[in-house]
Ligand binder design. Sequence first.
Ligand code: FAD
Length: 418
Amino acid sequence: PFCFVSGELDDCHCDVESIDRFNNELLFPKLQALLQTDYFRFYKVNLNKPCPFWTSGSHCGLRDCTVKPCSPYSAEVNSELDKCEKSEALGAVDVSLSDETREALKNWTKHDDEAQRFCLLDDEWCPDSQYVDLLLNPERFTGYKGPEAWKIWTSIYEENCFKPFTVKRPLSPLYSSGRSEGEGSRAFYTWLEGQCVEKRAFYRLISGLHASISIHLSARYLLSDEWFEKRWGPNVSEFRSRFDSELTQGEGPKRLRNLYFLFLIELRALVKALPVVKEGSFKLFTGQPQEDCRNKERLLDLLHTARSFPLHFNETSLFAGDETEAAKLKEDVRLAFMNISRIMDCVECFKCRLWGKLQTQGLGTALKILFSELPSSPPSSRLTLNRQELVALVNAIGRISTSIKELQNFRELLAEDT
Ligand code: FAD
């Protein structure tokens, strides 16, 4: 079909059909169950940070961009949670662990984690940071578009994806003329093909994230807005206008392939997070001990399911070769990604900012998990994760997994249409 992709993905020994089957039947239901739990549905974020790059206009003022905050726990539980988060952040030591593991965990605290991060974390202790209930604030169509939204995407692609030139016309042609892509994109692909595999991969991750946002806003589109009721649901023509091969001059399917690539990267990161979650001090604390225990089991089950996927992306194919060169390239990629996470504070629609921050933080965590260790790294620089990173990672892959599931839904709707 004109909007869909199939077959093997570039640079990975994996095909779209295997991902669809694995995700839709196995991973998606487990992720959904986990994301309903208190530990994963409450995300602490600072939505009031000023944009560090330009003076942004006023907030967009769209009704559907509003974020409902919440205070999920009582003061007593909140203070316990804060203590617990602090200790999880430091990799505190669990008495039930072996001496060897305990020693390794102690070393984590000596290690400066900052240098390994691919994205900026909000200061969790800043009074402006607040818990947001993600289930109350679903990612969906908000109406945020036009020059403000393009400015963000342009600055992400043109200034932070290693592009050596600026496309002459604005990235987005206007709605009236469809979403024709034209000259700029051909020049871009010629340039992209000449880049090293790491820079291509970086672009594909960002493009995959952009595709996921476009799928979500098409799948939960505002279908009717009456005074007594708002109705949200799939908008097939919106989806087609973004992904149909003809309407996008071949770009749509390439972007969907990038979404699958992003899925493979985040899935691989989940697998590599398994020992950290298993051995570390994560108790998934919410103040309800029985529930916390069940959630930990659910999380471990999810990570084992992720591990059972037979066609994992091989991350050692990136940043391979000469160690000094690889370290320099990795640092360039890390800084570029860090910048993208800062740009999220310039998104004027708060709902879009919330999900943009969460997903860049989740992807940044995945990159940290996959690439923070060099083969020669000392044991003291072993990976650590804090609660914010774990929540962001699991929610981020939850978004991509949902996008892949939504694709199946759009396939069925399009088949009904024809
Ligand atoms: P845009 O999606 O704005 O794309 C701009 C240009 O980028 C396109 O013309 C094309 O040249 C290129 N492009 C498009 N897709 C890709 C891709 N996958 N890979 C590479 N290049 C691409 N809107 C909502 O309704 N709900 C949300 O939750 C939401 N979240 C957002 C989060 C962020 C961080 C940002 C920056 C925007 C968000 N938006 C959201 C707005 C949304 O992404 C679009 O900008 C908006 O719908 C207008 O779409 P458009 O057709 O003009 O093209």
